[in-house]
Design a protein around this ligand. Structure first.
Ligand SMILES: [Zn+2]
Length: 69
């Protein structure tokens, strides 16, 4: 007489929303800052006085079709 063991069913991973929200807000904030520097820095507005940031993201600006020059 043989007994067969029931296959182990993995439990789903539970990720509480309350733990995700602060990280989601942080990532969205970083993305908005990156989007600002790619799209508008040294365009209509400028945080830094020189053109280093503009030149650093210049190809990305053209790639994403933001107006440049
Ligand atoms: Zn350009």
């Amino acid at each position: 007489m043989t007994q067969t063991a029931a296959p182990a069913v993995p439990l789903p991973i539970r990720i509480p929303i309350r733990e995700i929200v602060p990280w989601a807000v942080f990532v969205v904030l970083l993305a908005l800052i990156a989007l600002y520097f790619v799209s508008a820095e040294q365009g209509a507005t400028a945080v830094f006085a020189n053109m280093y940031v503009h030149e650093f993201v210049h190809d990305g600006r053209h790639l994403l079709a933001f107006p440049c020059h």
